[in-house]
Design a binder for this molecule. Structure first.
Ligand SMILES: Nc1nc2c(ncn2[C@@H]2O[C@H](COP(=O)(O)OP(=O)(O)OP(=O)(O)O)[C@@H](O)[C@H]2O)c(=O)[nH]1
Ligand SMILES: [Mg+2]
Ligand SMILES: [Zn+2]
Length: 342
């Protein structure tokens, strides 16, 4: 068993680990139980305690020493909800892929599709649109074409838990990465997770609770390990995530950047390299992250005139390159922050 690698460990994580000049073994948090966390290194699964000062999330990579979390490796992506009173609450971290789920049993709305896709970009993950429950309609191809026209550089897939359509494709999409699902309540997110988990691999060494039918009881705050090396975390509906999406709310995700844009010198500023760009200035001063601006630019490009399908491949490659560059830049920056001499 390749251990850590099955859980998403790579050279960059090893680099982060090496930069922390301290003892401890790397583990990934697969479940958060409040006072302790369940962690795995792909070979054993143990409970670990953690200092109260450390806010941890499912998906985090940590160093564990004496069954206690000693350090947290810098997160690549963070999924959080904005709680009205308690402020931002961590839901999950280090997500690569966001499955944006819509049931074809309800009318599709462009504003929602774009908002959820933009949400995935905003956290630095790759969105894939899933049109679920296709067994309920005669022909889903029109819906697929519609979504593909709205977000041309995003993959669109269909699923049905009744016929099993599309589940194998999700397995292969998730291979080697960590995914989560967003979508409105009732969209079919948990059904997809359950379908994937028919073949779930239990965490090694873990004693699992089972219900009367002998099935494992799952919680949505759990990282599920799938055969083939993928991992998935279920989520509640978007309203519970604080991401209610109604028509007029499409732009509110980036309202802070919209305010800045109005201060750019040129009205058609693309915020890439123009003089007098207020967005670039905000990035330079650290007020806004480069990744957020990249997500905003993708979003506004999508929102504008819809691109031709033939451009889609090129665009996807472009955005992927951009995301990689942004991540590399961030890694270098974080590293310099941690270790100014290095
Ligand atoms: N016919 C059909 N029904 C489905 C399919 N997927 C889900 N459903 C039904 O849709 C309903 C909602 O599915 P869930 O998976 O619970 O939806 P969810 O997105 O997890 O909802 P929340 O957890 O509330 O956010 C359930 O009654 C499912 O049985 C499908 O592929 N085909
Ligand atoms: Mg659910
Ligand atoms: Zn600008």
């Amino acid at each position: 068993m390749s251990g850590l690698v099955d859980l998403g460990w790579d050279a960059a994580w090893q680099g982060e680990r090496d930069h922390l000049d301290m003892d401890g073994d790397p583990y990934r948090i697969v479940r958060h139980d409040g006072v302790k966390v369940l962690v795995s290194d792909g070979e054993s699964t143990i409970h670990a305690l953690f200092p109260r000062s450390l806010q941890l999330a499912v998906g985090d990579w940590v160093l564990v020493k004496n069954e206690t979390v000693a350090a947290l490796l810098p997160r690549r992506t963070v999924l959080q909800r904005d709680h009205e009173i308690r402020g931002p609450q961590l839901i999950a971290s280090n997500i690569d892929l966001v499955l944006v789920v819509f049931g074809v049993d309800r009318p599709l709305r462009q504003s929602k599709v774009m908002r959820f896709v933009a949400f995935a970009w905003d956290i630095g993950a790759e969105p894939i649109v899933i049109l679920s429950k296709v067994d309920l309609v005669d022909d889903a191809s029109e819906s697929v074409d519609q979504v593909a026209a709205w977000v041309p550089n995003v993959q669109v897939h269909t699923t049905s838990i009744e016929t099993g359509e599309g589940i194998a494709e999700i397995f292969s999409m998730l291979e080697g990465c960590t995914g989560t699902l967003i979508g409105e309540s009732g969209a079919g997110k948990s059904s997809i997770v359950n379908a994937l988990m028919q073949d779930e691999v239990a965490w090694v060494g873990e004693v699992r609770a089972a219900d009367a039918k002998g099935r494992h009881i799952t919680s949505h705050r759990e990282l599920h390990l799938l055969p083939g090396g993928g991992m998935i975390i279920d989520n509640p509906g978007v309203r519970a995530l604080g991401l209610a999406a109604d028509g007029e709310g499409v732009d509110s995700l980036f309202s802070d950047i919209d305010d800045l844009v109005s201060e750019c010198r040129f009205r058609d500023c693309s915020h890439q390299s123009e003089p007098g760009c207020a967005v670039a200035a905000a990035v330079a001063s650290g007020e806004i992250s480069r990744e957020r601006v990249a997500a905003y630019i993708k979003f506004t490009n999508e929102q504008g005139e819809t691109r031709k399908r033939s451009d889609a491949k090129e665009l996807t490659a472009h955005f992927r390159k951009e995301a990689t560059e942004a991540r590399e830049a961030r890694e270098v920056r974080d590293r310099d922050d941690i270790n100014p001499d290095g």
